[in-house]
Design a protein around this ligand. Sequence first.
Ligand code: SF4
Length: 443
Amino acid sequence: MKLKKKNPKVGFVSLGCPKASSDAERILTQLRAEGYEISSSYEKSDLVVVNTCGFIESAVDESLDAIGEALNRNGKVIVTGCLGAKGEIVQKTHPSVLAVTGPHALDEVMSAIHDNLPKPHDPYTDLVPPQGIRLTPKHYAYLKISEGCNHRCSFCIIPSLRGDLVSRPIGEVLNEAETLVNSGVSELLVISQDTSAYGVDIKYRTGFWNGRPVKTRMTELASALGELGIWVRMHYVYPYPHVDEIIPLMADGLILPYLDVPFQHASPALLKSMKRPANSENNLERIKSWREICPEITIRSTFIVGFPGETEQNFEELLDFIRLAQLDRVGCFTYSPVEGADANNLPNHVPEELKKERLARFMEIQEGISAEKLKKKIGSIETVLVDEVQGEQAIARSRADAPEIDGVVYLSNAEGLYAGDLVEVEIVNSDGHDLWAEPPSRI
Ligand code: SF4
């Protein structure tokens, strides 16, 4: 006879106001959707969630009592709701709770429940691994932290397609990062439309990760990701003043010394007409101070030449900037109108021929800078991440190379290496884009 498998049971205690009740409803709905049973008995539950209130002192006492009762009668307790936002009180009074999350934290509560009481098998969704289905190789993954953008750059239509910035809860982002690392990922690439603005839409709300409060903010995110012991690469970081905070994390080896900052131009007049974020920053000064704090930093950027109204003088300002900035990795494109973008209506469009000529002049200077910089690496020992092995040769990347957009390191004598291996190599040759390296010694 086949025994019917019992679904896991969750007990639920909810205290407080209608907002707390609405949170409770969302959690209960999600629990049922995932196949958990809701139990009205402490003793018959496999785990108890206490949704607390912390508005006034008597509510705090009532919540702490409810947690105490659940611990006595069941033992496995997850705390959520307003008192959870004051995580220290809960953990000090009841150190044995399994996890503490704040209000409106559906994802964090669900993830704490999954960690302590795995969800029942679902033959439809369980074919999908916990890290979801990814299009990147197994050893690196993109980590999207927000959607949309609050800026209105005149050449871009992303905000009209995707709306204003919506940041993902930090607990959810960090849980996803942890799941990816557990599935074998060695490198996480943090992406969004505007990484430095992470959390601004939710006033940098404090979220929870593994029961610990963490602010929804770029520095705090980078620092928490740095604890995972893998490569963390930051993309699409606009040069707001607070970006300076993450450079010491690079110097300390917590995240990769790599910053992708799309400057797009250097002429103040053009940046203004492009309506670029942080367009009044003195970027040369910033770059200098970043290099003082973290000398090995790789700075990557992209630029547009031939934007409407770009004069020869504006373009010369851009060339001066790239000569002085000595950026490590640079992409440059000629301006091309996108349907629906405001820049289409600007006067003085630059003729195609002139755009191409400016692109060629720009690239000639930048290629010289890149080639010189790569040449200086010859003879150095670098740690590289193997992306692909083809017979005796492997294609790898150093800490200075993001996949798809930067250069690669070609390794000879690579037998026995596999994609995802981290190896130390000696750089023996270079060109304007890539490096060549000699037999690795495995880390
Ligand atoms: S910052 Fe500018 S270019 Fe980037 S997505 Fe927002 S509007 Fe578009």
